[in-house]
Design a binder for this molecule. Structure first.
Ligand code: BT5
Length: 307
């Protein structure tokens, strides 16, 4: 959001402030103040003008609403509908941007890993964070783990008992298995020793309608969901974790559903079956198999029933 608009909202949040006072404290003209107030009203903010301007309501969702009160250094771009927030974030990356978040109410071409489809009906939480971390490409998987930890902690705070399946799924355990609540897709561009940009796409289901079998939404597990607050907490947690790989790994272990389970992993080099015993930097799963210990860097993981 425009810096002046942000400062106006801040100034009028608690008590009424007159136009001339705002103009003086912000160092802009009274006409400029009036134009900013009108733009904020158009963006959905309720601003009374009896005896000074006063903020009486914040829009339920959208870019300015998410940015207002967000304790993380991201600029938020909001769209009612987009093919894919990851695709839009990549465009911003190519235009040289950083620390941008793209949020959409609906995606018409949402993508999972390996170009799989990601169902993204209206009302869900579809967002992508663009950043330029000082990391070699080989360390980027830790950002995917950070996003999974951020998502699971935010879901738990919202009252939804979720856990992480290696490497990037957030699931809700059910009586006879698990249902997928969140999917994460990380994309990057870079050179051998340093990434140029990373886009971490996070999809959180809100309603269960329109999801494939095996998917579940937050509202199936809680009645009380504030989508704006959810996205804010998710971004704040991700921001706090992205520079702390040690914390990410220990929190990941704490929230993991995979550790201690028998797993089957389809890797590019073949199938690995055994007991998942640990996760190691930057995100490898350690599996005890009949042939010894294997470290798996990428693949699709299935939790098996104990033998
Ligand atoms: C993922 O892929 O789980 C990554 C999903 C990332 C989505 C976000 S939303 C914001 C950003 N913009 C994008 O375009 N993408 C990111 P993967 O592990 O490959 O899982 C995909 C599989 O999950 C599909 O083949 C389906 O079986 C299943 N699936 C599809 N949509 C689902 C949904 N909404 N909820 C649960 N499962 C789903």
């Amino acid at each position: 959001m425009n810096e002046t608009r942000y400062r106006i909202l801040d100034a009028i949040a608690e008590e009424p402030v007159s136009g001339p006072e705002l103009a003086a404290s912000l160092g802009v003209s009274r006409t400029a103040v009036w134009k900013h107030i009108e733009a904020l009203r158009e963006a959905g903010f309720s601003i009374e003008s009896d005896g000074g301007y006063r903020l009486t309501g914040v829009p339920e969702y959208g870019g300015p609403a998410i940015e207002l009160g967000l304790d993380a250094p991201f600029t938020v771009e909001y769209h009612d509908s987009l093919p894919s927030t990851n695709a839009r974030a990549r465009e911003l990356a190519e235009a040289g941007e950083t620390d941008r978040v793209v949020v959409a109410n609906e995606q018409t071409g949402g993508r999972g890993r390996l170009d799989r489809e990601w169902a993204s009906p209206p009302g869900g939480i579809w967002c992508s964070v663009l950043c330029r971390p000082a990391l070699p490409p080989a360390h980027v998987p830790v950002l995917t783990l950070a996003a999974a930890v951020a998502a699971v902690e935010t879901a738990r705070e919202a009252g939804v008992d979720a856990g992480i399946k290696w490497p990037n799924d957030v699931l809700v355990p059910t009586e006879d298995g698990e249902e997928k609540l969140v999917g994460i897709l990380t994309e990057m561009e870079g050179e051998a020793d340093r990434v140029s940009w990373v886009v971490v796409g996070i999809g959180v289901n809100v309603r269960s309608e329109g999801l494939p079998a095996g998917g579940t939404g937050l509202l199936a597990h809680t009645d009380d969901l504030d989508r704006r607050a959810f996205v804010q907490r998710l971004l704040e947690r991700f921001d706090a974790l992205r520079g702390e790989p040690e914390t990410v790994l220990s929190m990941w272990r704490e929230h993991a559903l995979t550790l201690g389970k028998r797993v089957r992993i389809e890797t590019p080099g073949g199938e690995v079956v055994g007991e998942a015993v640990d996760v190691e930097f930057p995100g490898s799963l350690v599996v005890e198999t009949d042939e010894g210990t294997r470290r798996v860097h990428a693949g699709d993981c299935e939790h098996l029933r104990p033998v």
